[in-house]
Design a protein around this ligand. Structure first.
Ligand SMILES: [Zn+2]
Length: 341
């Protein structure tokens, strides 16, 4: 990917939820979720309601730091915090800028909290994009939105010349048909597990294999789509080499003839959002950054990361921020979050 065998361009996480960085270690839900809908209701929709701007800031800083420590220099983020909507995207953008990682922000609008909640989400996307923020317009998912909300989000995105970042057909109840007629090539369609092969949605499909397995929603079989395919983590860190390996073995489980260059190409797709990452240089602890080797080689880490000409990770440690301090402050924030849950 670059001149030296032990280097790559900056890796891009095609779908992240930086707000979930503090969730690790959270109290168990009131009862064990038995399916995807209950995982949303009992885990994620309780967590996002507990977020305030301070918790969002530390969660984003921790997530950005984890990304940098994994050689990921750019994140396509999807955010929701129903009790702290206004200003939330700027908090995330500022947190990532402080660490030195690129981010594309979107607020996932939804009618789960009534028309006022949907309007506030649209307003936050509008505020952020109008103030020069780098982002897309977010929609949580079609099945939690009215047709009017979807149309308003699509219109807002078109007016700003950006795509829409939306969860699509992740679980069986996550319907996608309402999106028909709205999509465009710059839309960011996340999951697509239950999309039919001949769906007519336009945009990039972002595959999140580890998350899909964790939620038992099924295998997306992304090779069946004619859309471009990118890789994301859906909030489970930003170690894209790891996600590449999971994508590879998940594909092999279904078809043993698959070769890892397919997933290696998926890793590069999200560069369409961050073309400048081809100027970011990551130097790794491993000598030959080749797909076949990397598919079976774990424990590879970056020693140096250069973003926009600046060394932001040296000897495996961040140069702009105190990584230990971020981790300590994030742990304090997590304690506060858990108390609310
Ligand atoms: Zn997601």
């Amino acid at each position: 990917m670059t001149a030296a065998d032990n280097q790559t361009f900056g890796l891009v996480c095609g779908h992240h939820h930086l707000y979930s960085s503090l969730a690790r270690g959270m109290p168990a839900p009131p009862r064990t979720p038995t399916g995807f809908q209950e995982i949303l209701e009992l885990v994620w929709w309780r967590l996002d309601c507990a977020l305030d701007l301070d918790l969002i800031e530390w969660s984003a800083k921790l997530g950005a730091l984890n990304a940098l420590e994994s050689g990921c220099t750019a994140i396509v983020d999807h955010h929701e915090s129903p009790k702290a909507i206004e200003g939330s995207l700027s908090v995330i953008a500022d947190a990532c800028a402080e660490v030195g990682v690129r981010v594309n922000c979107a607020y996932g609008v939804t009618d789960r909290h009534g028309p006022a909640g949907a309007a506030a989400g649209l307003a936050e996307n509008e505020r952020f994009l109008s103030s020069g923020g780098r982002g897309m317009v977010g929609i949580h998912a079609a099945f939690t939105c009215s047709d009017d909300t979807i149309a308003a989000a699509a219109d807002l995105a078109a007016r700003h010349g950006v795509g829409v970042h939306v969860h699509v057909a992740e679980g069986p109840a996550d319907t996608w048909q309402q999106l028909r007629g709205h999509t465009a090539d710059d839309w960011w369609l996340v999951h697509g597990v239950h999309l039919p092969d001949d769906h007519d949605l336009r945009g990039t499909i972002v595959h999140n294999p580890r998350s899909n397995m964790n939620n038992a929603v099924g295998y997306a079989q992304p090779r069946r789509f004619t859309n471009p395919v990118a890789l994301g983590t859906d909030g489970i860190g930003a170690d894209m080499l790891d996600e590449f390996r999971v994508a590879f073995v998940r594909a092999r489980e279904a078809d043993v003839t698959v070769t890892p260059d397919v997933m290696w190409d998926w890793l590069a797709t999200a560069r369409s959002v961050f073309p400048e990452t081809t100027g970011d240089i990551v130097t790794w602890t491993y000598d030959v950054m080749d797909p076949w080797r990397l598919a079976y080689t774990t424990q590879i880490a970056p020693t140096e990361v250069v973003i926009d000409g600046e060394v932001v990770l040296a000897d495996g440690r961040p140069t702009r921020v105190d990584g230990d301090e971020i981790k300590a402050k994030a742990a304090e924030a997590a304690t506060r979050l858990f108390a609310r849950l």
